[in-house]
Structures are given as structure tokens and as C-alpha cells.
Unconditional design. Structure first.
Length: 169
């Protein structure tokens, strides 16, 4: 039993001994191509650096692309998305992100993935309220996606071997 427990490699993901926090702070992110990309990127920069801003000397790079789709849950023939009684209808916003984590020193891809998050909304018949509800739902989904992506990046970086110290005489 002791031999099995001695081989156990369980440790906290963000432990200082593993250096994952330092590696997370050395991640750079590609420039955004859309508003959704920007929201996810900004939240990822905050999460990986602990609020200190983007890394000036990045050792890793994340390329990120995201897209968003909004739809009504109820398939209604009216285009205004409001029931006959004037009650807003339920809708959904789906945000999908694809990312690739690359080590800059040798260009090796450490992790790539695709995640999606659905955020539910009430779709009003008023034009501005409908647009604002969709944007708010996109923002909620983008922040949640950033949390998922940060966790997956942290796991990939925790698996990276520790740099070996070189001793000189």
C-alpha cells in the first residue's frame, strides 16, 4: 500500500513548486479578429497574469478564434420573437472558441482544443433590447470560455518538464 501511495503524483495545479503560475504569466495571446475574440483574450490575459497585464517576454503563444451564434429556442414563424401576449421568448447564444497553445522556443504545439458555451436569454421585441441581450449573453459566455481555456492551458503547462539547472564551476 505504501509503495502505491509513494508513486502518487497528485499535487495542486497552481503550486509554486511546479512553476505553473510562472508559466501561465509567460503566455502571450494573438491579436483578436472580432469583438468576441477580444473579450475572451482580455479575460485570459487577466486570468493568466493575475491582473498584471500581458507578458512582455512570452515563452508560449495562444492563437484564438471565436464565433457566436444567436437563435430562438422556440421555432416561431413571427420574426419579432415576441409572443402574441407581448411576453419575450426564450433564446440562446452559443459562443465557440478554437485555440492552440504553442511553445515559442521550438514551435511545438502543446495543446489545441475547441470549447463552446451556451448562454440563455429572453428575446424582446424591442430592437435595442434584443441586441443588448445578445451582447450581454456573448460576454457571459466569453468569460466562461476564458475560464475553461485557462484551466486547460494550466494543465498543459503543468505537464511541461522543469528546466534543468546547469551548474558551472
Amino acid at each position: 500500500m505504501l509503495a502505491v501511495l509513494a508513486g502518487c503524483q497528485v499535487r495542486p495545479l497552481y503550486s509554486e513548486a511546479g512553476g505553473t503560475g510562472e508559466r501561465l504569466a509567460s503566455v502571450g495571446f494573438s491579436h483578436p479578429g472580432s469583438r468576441i475574440d477580444q473579450v475572451i483574450r482580455n479575460h485570459l490575459v487577466f486570468l493568466t497574469s493575475g491582473g498584471a497585464g500581458e507578458s512582455k517576454h512570452a515563452a508560449y503563444d495562444v492563437k484564438l478564434t471565436a464565433k457566436s451564434t444567436a437563435s430562438s429556442i422556440i421555432d416561431d414563424e413571427d420574426d419579432d420573437n415576441v409572443s402574441a401576449t407581448g411576453v419575450p421568448l426564450p433564446g440562446r447564444v452559443q459562443v465557440e472558441a478554437t485555440y492552440t497553445l504553442t511553445r515559442l522556443s521550438d514551435g511545438q504545439v502543446l495543446k489545441s482544443g475547441k470549447r463552446e458555451v451556451v448562454s440563455l436569454i429572453d428575446v424582446s421585441g424591442q430592437g435595442f433590447a434584443k441586441l443588448r441581450a445578445i451582447r450581454d449573453a456573448e460576454n457571459r459566455a466569453a468569460r466562461e470560455l476564458a475560464e475553461f481555456i485557462r484551466a486547460e492551458i494550466a494543465i498543459a503547462l503543468a505537464r511541461e518538464p522543469q528546466p534543468q539547472a546547469t551548474w558551472q564551476k
